[in-house]
Design a protein around this ligand. Structure first.
Ligand SMILES: [Zn+2]
Length: 402
């Protein structure tokens, strides 16, 4: 049901529309110097406005719809009215307005495209995705500016998981805008590959991953899926190489691949290899060292030794944490209590890290609890990464009684 604020908004809208229309008419008359041909439309708008203010929205809508058929100069106003209905969530009314605009036989091509697009947005808002998809396809095929329709179409296809069609639309978008869509297309191939894997079709998954690789080389996600397949096939050398490159290309992904790296190192009986891969991060200091400590804490891994060293450096390098432990003892490899203290501290830090959102989109800032290759908020691909943040302020928060 329309709310009181809806009516107020319509009222203001129509006052603005009527005032703009009246002013234009006034100017027109002033230029022509004539008072003749008082148009009947002003009466129509005023009656419509009165009906809206009397909260008779459907009667007002009937009036505006009748006016659409005859009112040549106020088509923009009708588009705006339709858009207003949609934004207020009154999609049926928006659809009616836009369908009646489309029914006019004298629309120019661009007016027709605008009406089709607006109706597509109405259907999208109403959740009628198949109808919206059909309209956006029509507009994308013929409109001078196809980009908005293609982007809406992509949104629908990605929501439906129609990855093959999404790739075709991305290719069309690349032609229209001149912007590369390689990263996005490679992710669509990966999405389809993950689906094939879930369905047990490893052959199809491999073919799709090859396509992803051809579209975009050095793609961490593709390498991570291929590593999973290689490990399943027993090709631990290949799995190791792929994951090693992921870490070298994008250290922020370390918490995502450390358990696999650790498992493969054990299978290959090559703890030294893992130590050798990670040690440069510890020696690099700054972000690399922090990410290493965070990954060790989150993944609950203190072996090989480089992980233990990173966690010790992290604890002793933080004033608050260092005050809770005996730093000398923690660094003393000969101490019997050292390991127990370290495990207890790492466990506490892990619970702390798990108590907050662990992933953030670098494009829009959206925070979530799961790694998403496509941001659920801004829909950008490959912009979400682990935060690697340990919310130490939480140490001071009062305990919650649950
Ligand atoms: Zn985002």
């Amino acid at each position: 049901m329309p709310t009181e604020s809806t009516f107020l908004l319509f009222g203001l809208f129509m006052v603005a529309a009527a005032a703009g229309w009246a002013f234009a008419r006034y100017l027109d008359r002033a230029v022509r110097g004539s008072e003749e041909d008082e148009p009947p439309l002003s009466q129509g708008y005023l009656r419509g406005l009165n009906l809206l203010l009397d909260q008779k929205t459907d009667k007002a809508l009937d009036m505006f719809v009748r006016m659409i058929a005859t009112d040549d100069e106020a088509l923009d106003t009708h588009f705006a009215l339709g858009s207003l209905f949609r934004r207020r969530g009154e999609v049926d009314r928006a659809i009616r307005i836009h369908q009646n605009i489309l029914a006019r036989p004298d629309l120019s091509a661009s007016q027709r495209h605008a009406a089709l697009f607006a109706l597509g947005e109405d259907y999208l808002r109403a959740g009628l995705l198949d109808r919206a998809e059909s309209l956006f396809r029509q507009v994308a095929d013929v409109a001078d500016d196809a980009e908005p329709a293609l982007r809406n179409l992509l949104g629908i296809l990605e929501t439906l998981g129609e990855w093959t069609q999404a790739i075709e639309v991305r290719q069309q978008l690349a032609r229209v805008t001149g912007e590369s869509q390689a990263l996005e297309i490679a992710h669509c191939h990966c999405e389809a590959a993950e689906r094939a894997l879930a369905a047990g079709d490893g052959k199809l998954a491999r073919a799709l991953l090859k396509k992803a690789q051809r579209t975009r080389r050095d793609m961490p996600r593709g390498a991570m899926i291929r590593a999973r397949l290689a490990e399943q096939d027993g090709d631990t050398d290949m799995a190791w190489r792929l994951l090693r490159n992921v870490v070298r290309d994008d250290v922020a992904l370390l918490p995502e691949v450390l358990p696999e790296l650790h498992r493969i190192a054990l299978r290959r009986n090559d703890a030294a290899g893992l130590d050798g891969l990670l040690r440069p991060l510890l020696e690099r200091r700054g972000r690399g060292e922090h990410t290493l400590a965070y990954a060790a804490i989150i993944c609950d891994l203190l072996e090989p030794a480089v992980l233990e060293e990173a966690v010790i450096e992290f604890i002793t390098g933080n004033d608050t944490l260092a005050s809770l432990v005996d730093a000398e003892e923690l660094r003393n490899a000969a101490s019997d209590d050292r390991r127990e203290t370290l495990v207890r501290m790492a466990g506490g830090l892990r619970r702390l890290a798990m108590s907050v959102v662990r992933y953030r989109c670098e494009s829009c800032g959206h925070a979530g609890h799961r790694m998403s290759w496509q941001c659920p908020s801004c829909k950008a691909w490959d912009t979400t990464r682990p935060t690697s943040e340990l919310p130490l302020a939480g140490l001071l928060a009062p305990r919650r009684d649950t």
